[in-house]
Ligand binder design. Sequence first.
Ligand code: ZN
Length: 363
Amino acid sequence: MTTRTASPTPQLAATYGEARSEILAAGARAGVDVTAFPHPSPGRLGEELAIDVLTAGPDEADSVLVIVSGTHGVEGYAGSALQQWWLDEQSRTRPDDVRVAIVHALNPVGFSWVRRVNEDNVDLNRNFVDWTSPPRNDGYGEIADLLVPLEWDEATQEATTTALLEEADRVGFGRFQEIVSSGQYAHPSGIFHGGSGPVWSHRWLARHLPEIVGSARRLGIIDLHTGLGPSGHGELISHEASDDPGYARGTDWWGKVRSMRDGESVSASLEGDWLAAIEQWVPDVEITAAALEFGTVDTITVLQSLRADAWLHAHGDPNGPQAEAIRSQVRAAFVDDDPAWLATLIERFDGITSAALAALTAG
Ligand SMILES: [Zn+2]
């Protein structure tokens, strides 16, 4: 039993505002530096939105570990709780020569509105593409109107879902997942839309990630996600192919890392994820990066929530009578409010961050 004043057990916040208060309070308890980067829009409840960067460790460190939450808005509820846990439980025992930067709510609008996407209905992890020739996904176009129909009454949901499941049967589930979720650039009100140019959070990363890295020559990144895989299971996903050196370092640090390029992962192979873009901003830095993806519910339940959310924001009223039920549906697809689920995540996250810090301090 520990006798030191117990840190608060991390909680899954009910709102973005609550999550932000909790992370800032944890930062104050840990005595770390905090810099807020306000978003130009207010949140759903009128609150100020920001990316907060909480930094522990020396400015001149050779190694830096960056832990990011809320790339996919709603997934930040779990990510924020894990970051809070890190500040309370690991920041003091961090190796002296490693700097750690907690990036809280990379997509604060999605976090506040309980959406995976951002203020432009854009999936941030489909936004880092070559904008002179964005990827094509013609298969998406063929089912775009089924995925996000004009109406969202029970009869329409049933008819479109049946048609989509038939399509999944016809092409095979793996191919279906790829068509739906690998990203699309032609249907701005659809799901997994990559946008039409760099969005606010993209521009923020391009500008500020080099500052966060500073003079460090070794960079570890853990980008926290939820919504794919078996409940509570935390899969490390690399954007690199399994013969890339960054992937090899990841397996040295963490053991099993799955490459989505090689079809090993629960994620479809996709274009435009931000981890694949950072090399250009911090050349000459040795980068070891992975998404840590925690499972919640099954893929179809997640998909249904994303369809409902896209409909609400494209054709419904995000402040109307159906909105709360849809937000609850989305939250339930990406966050499990059972404390046992969060406890499982913490255990895995503890192992991942400890291993990263040990590797980064080894020199
Ligand atoms: Zn995600």
